[in-house]
Design a protein around this ligand. Structure first.
Ligand code: NAG
Length: 412
């Protein structure tokens, strides 16, 4: 009996778990449901699918419609009981780049959004829902297959109304928003800033050619901003993931610049602070959104604040804001960092609130939803430098309560 109780206690402790995050979905490999037709293993090009977008011509791999191993989720978003999952086209054999599933699904099989027949997007990274029930994203228009990069169509901002499931905007970015042919592949993150549903701005980071694109919905216009703070820090190159102890681990020297923008709540004059950082950096910067909205000449010189440094191994991708606390997807430590923005940004005030050498290996996207932090984990360095083991769980969506994560830390 005593033994039973201790096993029970052990299990309870495991369930509450060390890092405050619990698994919502896990995948060994990605499968799709196309109107009841299941794609759970490699399939040749399927002529029964009413296919508005397919890349048969580009496919060297004998007309493969679905190459399961190549499907790596990178971005996500949560809206009610719907979870969107994106699979950017960085390899052949990806049948749908924007997908969804329901929180109640017992098997996390992806379905194309809005439906099979309306697949017109080439490649989407990290979509975001705004306060007006709209889903925003950048379609990079790029087939990013190594050695065979092909710009299928110009990059565009695409917005869906989530009630009607209709596409309500496709805004093609202007040539002046882009630096060169590398730029579209860098447009992997969008932040939406709603004053009203018609007076809405979007900020798109460009991690490839170090810029920020601002879009005004009201004016249907966009412009590009450059600043030195968008550039990676050479001194923060070369980090590892998975705790440096897996056989496949190697030094990551990706040169990603400006990655993520997180917005504070509004002040009394409706202004917000935009917090931002390059991925290859341990620093954090901020700027007032009023400056971004008015800087059509592209120069924000003297308006950027360097907030401080988070400390060693704090390289981070996505970040998001919850009542004065920022949460960071900390790729270099397989964890989540927090920082209370009311305190000076110093390494002592930046706290590793979750860490897991398996389930948090490369948090590719992080979102605050209500009072919860949600993350999508994809081990992409392992995919790029070694191989995933299809018999193990490779991809996860996890969530944790803000209060649980920051309890008794300097972020509380
Ligand atoms: C990163 O690695 C490269 C190649 O090994 C090296 O030249 C560079 O000095 C390293 N940078 C840092 C900050 O460690």
């Amino acid at each position: 009996m005593k033994r039973f109780i201790s096993i029970l206690l052990f299990c309870l402790i495991l369930k509450v778990n060390s890092h405050g995050m619990s698994v919502v979905f896990s995948w060994k490999q990605i499968s799709y449901n196309f109107d009841g037709v299941l794609y759970t293993k490699n399939s040749d090009y399927d002529r029964t699918v009413n296919d508005n977008i397919h890349f048969e011509d580009e496919l060297q791999e004998a007309g493969k419609f679905f190459i399961q191993y190549n499907n790596v989720p990178i971005g996500f978003e949560v809206y009610g009981d719907t979870v969107f999952v994106t699979v950017p086209r960085r390899r052949h054999g990806i049948p749908s780049t924007l997908n969804y599933l329901k929180l109640s699904d017992s098997c996390p099989i992806l379905r194309p959004y809005p439906d099979v027949a309306s697949r017109t997007l080439v490649s989407v990274y990290r979509p975001r829902v705004d306060e007006c029930g709209r889903l925003w994203m950048v379609d990079t228009g790029l087939l990013e297959v190594p050695g065979e990069r092909k710009q299928i169509q110009p990059p565009a901002i695409v917005v869906y109304d989530l009630n009607s499931k209709r596409q309500i905007l496709r805004y093609q970015l202007k040539p002046t928003d882009l630096v060169d042919e590398r730029t579209p592949g860098g447009l992997t993150f969008i932040t939406v800033d709603v004053t009203s549903c018609s007076d809405t701005y979007a900020y798109i980071t460009d991690l490839a050619t170090n810029g920020l694109i601002v879009f005004s919905l009201k004016e249907r216009d966009s412009w590009r901003i450059q600043d030195d703070s968008f550039r990676l820090d050479e001194g923060a190159l070369n980090f590892t993931v998975a705790g440096n102890c897996s056989p496949w681990t190697r030094v990551i020297n990706w040169r990603d610049g400006l990655f993520s923008i997180a917005l504070s709540n509004r002040d009394t004059t409706n202004r917000r602070t935009a917090f931002f950082h390059p991925l290859v950096s341990t620093q954090e910067f901020s700027i007032n959104t009023a400056v971004l909205k008015s800087s059509r000449q592209g120069n924000i010189n003297g308006q950027v604040r360097l907030l401080g440094t988070r400390g060693p191994l704090t390289q981070s991708g996505s970040h998001d804001y919850h009542n004065g606390v920022l949460f960071f997807a900390n790729v270099a430590q397989d964890g989540i960092l927090c920082w209370n923005t009311r305190k000076p940004m110093t390494p002592e005030n930046v706290v590793l609130v979750a860490q897991d050498r398996e389930k948090l290996v490369y948090i590719s996207d992080l979102k605050v939803k209500g009072d919860e932090v949600w993350v999508l984990v994809n081990q992409i360095p392992r995919f790029v430098y070694a191989t995933l083991d299809p018999r193990e769980n490779n991809f996860y969506i996890l969530k944790g309560r803000v209060q649980d994560l920051i309890k008794n830390t300097k972020c509380a």
